[in-house]
Design a protein around this ligand. Structure first.
Ligand SMILES: [Zn+2]
Length: 274
């Protein structure tokens, strides 16, 4: 894909090489999304046109859309619909495991354009719905990504779950949401020993420890074939643009590392076409 010079700061992808943004959201507060409070900077609709505009000039090959806790299974179907209608924009999508029922998930996985992953989030693993956790073996059987956005012990949970289901790929959002760095480093080392744990270099602008140095720690621990990157747009917007967020996530990478983290690993992990 050619780079279009728009004056927007371009993520440093040498030679206009392709890249995937593996973490962005779309929402319309009128359709649900109870976490979006009136008056917050996130309280407006973000649609595919906004996504395309925010990515203009970045040399993007596509985006993996991630569910945004609308609170119903229809959000996953809406993401599928977007993937079908605009495959050049939406390379893949990650649905919401919380609100999925076994029969509906089974159907979703067998119909055309299944999700590339399903996400579960919360304070910690034990605080997530047992019904959602019970669906993890189905994801493993289908070869889908289980995506984790846990505030505590995300990497430890990923290591334990990935070890239990070797055919499952577990993607940990936002570097595992590091808080206590000593504890996070220990969990990172533990997760590094389980090959089917993948770390997402995302949310850097909104993380208390979102620095290139911490990205380097992740890369050194798990390697580029187990890292993908994402902007977390439009969550990032109060702190910076989509380009700013992707730049923060990838500043520490060499050109060769960029190719792997931004293209090779996303294609493999999320089974992206092309
Ligand atoms: Zn997000």
């Amino acid at each position: 894909m050619a780079i279009i010079e728009t004056g927007i700061p371009r993520v440093n992808t040498p030679g206009g090489r392709e890249m995937f943004d593996c973490h962005a959201h779309l929402w319309d507060p009128a359709a649900g999304f109870p976490w979006i409070k009136p008056g917050s900077p996130h309280c407006r609709a973000f649609g595919p046109g906004d996504l395309a505009a925010a990515g203009a000039g970045l040399g993007l090959s596509g985006t993996v859309l991630v569910e945004a806790s609308r609170g119903d299974a229809g959000e996953t179907l809406a993401l599928r619909d977007l993937r079908r209608r605009q495959p050049e924009l939406v390379a893949g999508y990650v649905g919401n495991l919380h609100v999925s029922e076994a029969a509906a998930l089974r159907t979703l996985l067998t119909e055309p354009d299944p999700p590339n992953g399903m996400r579960i989030g919360g304070a910690e693993w034990a605080a997530t719905p047992a019904e959602a956790r019970a669906l993890v073996p189905m994801l493993a059987g289908a070869g889908l990504v289980l995506e984790l956005n846990l505030h505590r012990h995300a990497l430890r949970t990923a290591a334990e779950t990935a070890a239990e289901y070797p055919e499952l790929t577990v993607v940990v959002d936002h570097l595992g949401n590091p808080a206590d760095l000593d504890e996070w480093r220990q969990e990172l080392q533990d997760a590094a020993t389980v090959p089917n744990v993948v770390v997402k270099l995302s949310g850097l602008l909104t993380q208390p420890h979102g620095t290139p140095a911490i990205v380097r720690e992740v890369l050194d621990a798990v390697g580029t074939d187990r890292c993908v990157a994402g902007s977390d747009w439009p969550i990032c917007l109060p702190r910076g643009s989509r380009a700013d967020s992707l730049t923060r996530a990838t500043d520490a990478l060499t050109p060769a590392e960029r190719d792997q983290v931004l293209v090779g690993t996303p294609r493999r992990v999320y089974r992206l076409a092309g």
